[in-house]
Design a binder for this molecule. Structure first.
Ligand SMILES: [Zn+2]
Length: 72
């Protein structure tokens, strides 16, 4: 294959959490997205928290809309 080095390829070599450059991966298989397990678990936690926050926000907005609708 040709030596391809696009922006996506470059991003894949950086940790998706701390964005530090990762050491070259040895062997084949799934490409790692994080430099170590700490970043992986931290990113996972952020993702879960974000999803929860988003769910709460949507819930609050729905509640607010409901309250406003019943007030007027
Ligand atoms: Zn990292």
């Amino acid at each position: 294959m040709a030596n391809f080095s696009g922006p996506a390829e470059r991003d894949a070599r950086c940790c998706a959490f701390c964005t530090r450059e990762m050491p070259p991966q040895s062997g084949r298989g799934r490409r790692r997205r994080y430099c170590d397990r700490r970043c992986q678990s931290a990113a996972e936690r952020v993702r879960i928290r974000r999803r929860l926050a988003l769910g709460v926000m949507v819930e609050q907005q729905a509640l607010k809309a409901e309250m406003e609708a019943s007030c007027t």
